[in-house]
Design a protein around this ligand. Structure first.
Ligand SMILES: C[S@@+](CC[C@H](N)C(=O)[O-])C[C@H]1O[C@@H](n2cnc3c(N)ncnc32)[C@H](O)[C@@H]1O
Length: 311
């Protein structure tokens, strides 16, 4: 494995790390280590007493994390989903942290390496798993999922208008021949798509939707958001970068719910905790500026939201 072959340019590097890191002696979690762009900047801001725990599901990200851990004793890498952050941190003897950072979705190396099966542009085995050793591949998903569920996934996760046509085409194609490569899937989606959008491959939405389903991306996000309430120390910060409107909506609604708490009649003397008010929003949503998008087109749909745990 050549770790230098595929590079990742970190999105919203400074605003995410600055927004999340307030205590130089603190313990921080980078829930989506990737190639470690955020973790490295975070480490540069911490004292000798500070710590960063990185999480990733991807074997190549883990290899990069292990290399960083061998250079810097303040860093540790955990091969697990961020959905399991609570138990994994408990295993390390950590109950609460000063900040949690999430840079959601896939990394450029995952997309660029044809053998990972994420890309409709490069032919490869239809896999799409961030952790290729666990769960089912996209090929198995395509082979076994019923029509109704395929329609739901394409519609909900891909916001695909032609979900029904595509699902039907998929069911027909798989009854004739197994769909095992990214080009096979891209071609059949392309043919089933009657309205190509400008500057967008006709299979873009379908590939994104299947990737989200195969990796349980929304389920994992829901879990880590819920757990962040207990995991953050008072004044600890949560910083989340989303690339998909569904994810961003989940993050925005979660923060709003934590800010507002439960509805009770006015005048009842309850504490913030009793009212379920656990966090406050920090500033507005942050988007990359034109300069960042010009050098990194992947940044164009990124939205960063930050929230702080109440005392
Ligand atoms: C956008 S990249 C992060 C890039 C990173 N911030 C950097 O600067 O290199 C997302 C990473 O998160 C990982 N990932 C996505 N969902 C995950 C999950 N539920 N648990 C653990 N890692 C996840 C992916 O494997 C990928 O490496």
């Amino acid at each position: 494995m050549n770790l230098e072959e595929f590079k990742h340019t970190t999105v919203l590097l400074e605003p995410t790390v600055n927004g999340c890191c307030a205590n130089a002696d603190g313990v921080y979690v980078d829930g989506t280590f990737g190639r470690g762009g955020h973790s490295r900047l975070l480490l540069s801001k911490l004292s000798a007493a500070g710590r960063v725990i990185g999480f990733d599901k991807d074997p190549q990200a883990i290899a990069t994390g292990e290399a960083l851990a061998s250079e810097d004793p303040r860093f540790q890498i955990v091969k697990a989903s961020f959905a399991d952050m609570k138990v994994e941190l408990a295993r390390l003897g950590i109950e609460q942290v000063d900040g949690i950072l999430l840079d959601l979705g896939v990394s450029s190396p995952q997309l660029d390496d044809a053998s990972r099966g994420f890309s409709f542009l490069r032919d490869g085995p239809l896999d799409m798993r961030m952790d290729p050793t666990s769960g089912i591949s996209a090929a198995e998903w395509v082979a076994t999922t019923d029509e109704q569920e395929i329609v739901r996934v394409l519609k909900e996760y891909g916001e695909e208008r032609f979900a029904k046509r595509m699902a039907r085409a998929l069911i027909k194609a798989r009854s004739e021949q197994a769909i095992t490569t990214t080009h096979q899937l891209a071609e059949l989606i392309k043919v089933a798509n009657p309205a190509w959008e400008k500057h967008k491959h006709p299979a873009t939405r379908a590939f994104q939707a299947i990737r989200i389903a195969v990796n349980n991306e929304l389920g994992d996000l829901e879990q880590v958001l819920a757990d962040s309430v207990d995991l953050l120390r008072p004044h600890g910060r949560l910083a989340v970068i989303s690339f998909h409107s569904l994810e961003d909506r989940m993050v925005k609604r979660f923060i709003r719910r934590q800010e507002k708490g439960i509805d009770v009649p006015r005048g009842i003397p309850l504490t913030d905790d009793q009212l379920g008010r656990t966090m406050k929003r920090v500033g507005k949503a942050i988007m990359p500026d034109a300069e960042e998008v010009a050098v990194n087109s992947r940044a164009r749909s990124a939205v960063l939201r930050i929230a702080e745990r109440l005392a």
